[in-house]
Every structure is written in structure tokens, then in C-alpha cells.
Write a new protein. Structure first.
Length: 291
């Protein structure tokens, strides 16, 4: 096999929850949400190098995260039964930029990127909807990354309606702490009864993040960063945090506030997009490798 022909490099972007309403809780404990997902052009990079040993190898190992628990490895394992050629394996190299536990979905994005890449490289040829169904077993945020479009989401985040959103610049801040999604969703003071809204309302009036107060209560660093960012505009929390963001019409204004951000918090200026950069790159790869 000629690796130079078949290897694939894909970006694995982050997402923002432009708002996050919790409308109820299912019998299995998972929460019913309404949220507006938008991708940003801040990405990890994944390299996929097919091998003929039938094995999945992932490098480098992330500190404190055994390979077997890495969502990339789990996603690849999940696709094994669908390979056309049972000797097809893969070496995967992860270049991590997205902060973990930031509420920007890095792990879920990596899982989705892996499903998309191997679906092509291993010629599984599953439709996107089927890949998304597999993906939701790995995490509630995986389906939106598999489908690859901005979306109004319901259910646990897997019922997606495609939307076209403005594509502003965002200042993204990561307070120096790691928020546990499980801890936030089990807090007894979490609001779980926000009345459902219509998609038209979501697109015109937006919404809020029901997790904000609980996240601030458990994480003083988020509280401090939120109060700081609020001085510069409508600061928002993404997912269960820890990341906060603010939108701007142009890059210069966003960069100016970033430069003033206390150095103890990581910060980025990035841009919202309506199509996942993973899909753009995958489509380009497929175009270049048409038989
Ligand atoms: C907060 C969001 O990021 C919004 O996009 C997602 O809903 C969270 O997605 P995620 O990190 O992929 O979450 P998962 O790995 O599926 O779940 C982590 C834990 O959070 C809780 N959880 C998660 C999602 C949800 N809708 N209800 C929940 O109660 C569950 O206890 C679960 O064990
Ligand atoms: N490839 C991966 N990259 C990052 N985290 C991973 C990966 N695989 C498994 N994980 C686990 O998933 C946890 C959540 O990571 P992630 O980066 O998705 O956080 P998050 O941005 O808070 O996610 P979300 O917004 O979906 O709640 C990590 O703490 C880690 O234990």
C-alpha cells in the first residue's frame, strides 16, 4: 500500500453552544436540551495513516487518559466491523490544540473526525446519519460534528435541524480549571425546566445558558473570568464550560480585548463557521483521490 496516496490529514474543530437551555430530564438521567451549535475555526489536527496489520494505533498518549479511553480509539474500534477489508488498520497521530474540559467539544470532535476519516479510508461507506447514530454512543456532542453543519439541536443534542448563522469573530477564554460535565448535570440546583422554544425564536432572540450559575458556583476561576469578560460585552459560557466567549463583528476589536485579557487565562480569536472544517477538508481529499 502506498501511504503517500492514502494517508489523510483532517482538522477537528471546536464548537460553541450559542445558548443552552435544559428543558427536562430523561428516565436514564440524561438531560433534554435545546441548543444552537456553531463550529469555530480553532482545531486539533488528526493524521490517519492506513496500515495492513488490522490494528489501530494512536499517538501520542494524552497524560492521564489511557488509549483505550480515548474517544479517537473508541471511534476507530466502533468502525472495525464495517471495514470492507479485515486487514485494514490505521495509525492515528493527534496534534492537540483544543483545551480539554473546556465545553468546546474537543473529544467529541476528535471522535467524529475519526468516524468520518475511517468511513472513507476503510471504505465502510456508511451514510452520515448512520455514523451519527454510532457517534452518539460515544458522546452527546458527536452527532453535530459528524453531520458537519450549524444546527438547532434538541434531545440530548442529537436531533439536529440545519441552520445558517452569522459568522462573527469570537474571543474565546479558557479559565485555568477543568469543569466536570457530569458534576454540573448532577447539581440539584441546576435549572431543568426552561420552557421549550421554537426554532424561529432561537434564531431571532437567542437564549441563555442554564448551566452558567452552577458552573460559576463550583468554579471560582470561571466566575472571575465571567465577571471580567462581561465588562466587554455579552459574555457567554459554552456547554458546561469552562470556556467563555464574546462575539465581535471584526477581528481587530476581538484581538484588542484578547490582548487585554489576563495572562493567566488562555485566549484565542477565532471565527464562527457554518460548515465543519473537517467536512471541507474531507471533501477536498475525496475530490483529489477519485479513482
Ligand atoms: C453540555 C454539552 O456539551 C452541550 O453541547 C453536551 O450536552 C455534553 O456532551 P458530552 O460532553 O459529549 O457529554 P457526554 O460525554 O455524553 O456526558 C457526560 C455526562 O454528562 C451528563 N449529561 C450529558 C449530556 C446530557 N444531555 N445530559 C447529561 O446529563 C451525563 O451524566 C453524562 O454522563
Ligand atoms: N481525544 C480526546 N480529546 C479530548 N478529551 C478526550 C478525548 N478522548 C477522551 N477524552 C475525555 O473526554 C473528556 C472531555 O473532553 P472534551 O475536550 O471533549 O471536553 P469538553 O470540551 O468539556 O466537552 P463537551 O463540550 O463535549 O462537554 C476529557 O476530560 C477526557 O477525559
Amino acid at each position: 500500500m502506498d501511504d503517500s496516496i492514502t494517508k489523510m490529514q483532517l482538522p477537528s474543530p471546536a464548537k460553541l453552544n450559542l445558548f443552552l437551555h435544559i428543558t427536562g430530564q430523561r428516565a436514564d438521567g440524561y438531560h433534554e436540551l435545546q441548543t444552537l451549535f456553531q463550529f469555530i475555526d480553532l482545531c486539533d489536527t488528526l493524521d490517519f495513516i492506513p496500515n495492513v496489520t488490522g490494528t489501530i494505533r494512536l499517538s501520542p498518549v494524552i497524560d492521564g487518559l489511557p488509549t483505550a479511553d480515548n474517544l479517537i480509539y473508541k471511534a476507530a474500534q466502533m468502525l472495525l466491523p464495517y471495514r470492507k477489508n479485515i486487514r485494514a488498520g490505521v495509525d492515528i497521530v493527534l496534534t492537540k490544540q483544543l483545551p480539554m474540559g473546556g465545553g468546546i467539544g474537543g473529544g467529541s470532535s476528535n471522535a467524529a473526525t475519526t468516524l468520518l476519516a475511517l468511513n472513507t479510508l476503510w471504505e465502510c461507506d456508511l451514510p452520515l446519519a448512520e455514523l451519527a447514530n454510532l457517534g452518539v454512543q460515544l458522546g452527546a456532542d458527536v452527532p453535530v460534528f459528524v453531520m458537519g453543519f450549524s444546527a438547532f439541536a434538541e434531545g440530548v443534542g442529537e436531533k439536529l435541524q440545519r441552520v445558517e448563522l452569522d459568522t462573527p469573530y469570537f474571543l474565546l477564554i479558557k479559565p485555568d480549571c477543568h469543569v466536570s460535565t457530569g458534576q454540573i448535570f448532577t447539581d440539584k440546583y441546576l435549572t431543568r425546566d426552561t420552557p421549550p422554544i421554537r426554532i424561529s425564536h432561537a434564531l431571532t432572540l437567542g437564549g441563555h445558558n442554564d448551566c452558567l450559575d452552577v458552573v460559576r458556583k463550583h468554579n471560582p476561576e470561571v466566575d472571575e473570568a465571567y465577571l471580567w469578560l462581561k465588562n466587554h460585552g455579552g459574555a457567554k459560557l459554552t456547554g458546561t464550560g469552562a470556556c467563555l466567549f464574546l462575539s465581535f463583528e471584526n477581528w481587530d476589536d476581538a484581538e484588542q480585548v484578547r490582548l487585554a485579557t489576563p495572562k493567566k487565562w488562555q485566549s484565542w480569536v477565532c471565527r464562527g463557521c457554518n460548515t465543519s472544517p473537517t467536512h471541507d477538508a474531507l471533501n477536498q481529499w475525496i475530490e483529489q483521490h477519485k479513482k
